[in-house]
Design a protein around this ligand. Sequence first.
Ligand code: SAH
Ligand code: DHB
Ligand code: MG
Length: 222
Amino acid sequence: MDAEEQRWQQVDAWLGQLIDEDEALVAARTNERVTRPGIEVTPLAGGLLGLLARAIGARRVLEFGTLAGYSTIWLARAVGEQGRVVSLELDQRNAAEARANLERAGVSAWVDIWCGPAAQVSTRMVEGGVQPFDLAFVDADKANLPTYLENAIRLTRPGGLIVLDIVVRGGRVLDEKSDDEDVRGVQQAITAASRDPRVEGTALQTVGAKGWDGLAILRRVD
Ligand code: SAH
Ligand code: DHB
Ligand code: MG
């Protein structure tokens, strides 16, 4: 980590005084037994997800990519016990770790983790006509991001929010000839969103404890 990245991390830690984390959140964030430890959202980003969900009075939340359930706990606490969170995760091992963390956080009664490839699972949800969601958080693999975006749009109510965790990958999102499938996925999803009359929104680059990253926040228009 270079000196500048270290400063981003220190500022994240200092701003983190705004964030209340209990031991269940810390345990989910520091879980080393999942397939990709350390790629969960930062505490500040978790706080943003919770705040957005509360701000729109969300009761139903759909998540793509559970890992150890860190962001899931934030969303579950925001919707409260009358709400529902459905989180889609490919890996059974991650799902098992997440279930234990959700249990510890006291939110497992209103969270479902559905194990399988999120593209197929979410397409089945669209076809099955599930009750619409108030907020979707899309944070699984980036290669399938265009499919996740399309299904998230179809599964979100008018006025609902779709948050895309996008990786900026050192600015490589600008490389039009990139053959990195994650970069391609982010490029295609942002272009698709920009042309799609069903959504309006914006995106932010972020620096912090996880380096240089980004978030797109879209609203399903009425
Ligand atoms: N939202 C989590 C982090 C998710 S990391 C948090 O902030 O706490 C991305 C997750 O997506 C990983 O757990 C990975 O196993 C999962 N994933 C990767 N490819 C997937 C796929 N095709 N379908 C569903 N989940 C997938
Ligand atoms: C990766 C994925 C993410 O969602 C993220 O926030 C950071 C990194 C990755 O696939 O490397
Ligand atoms: Mg992410």
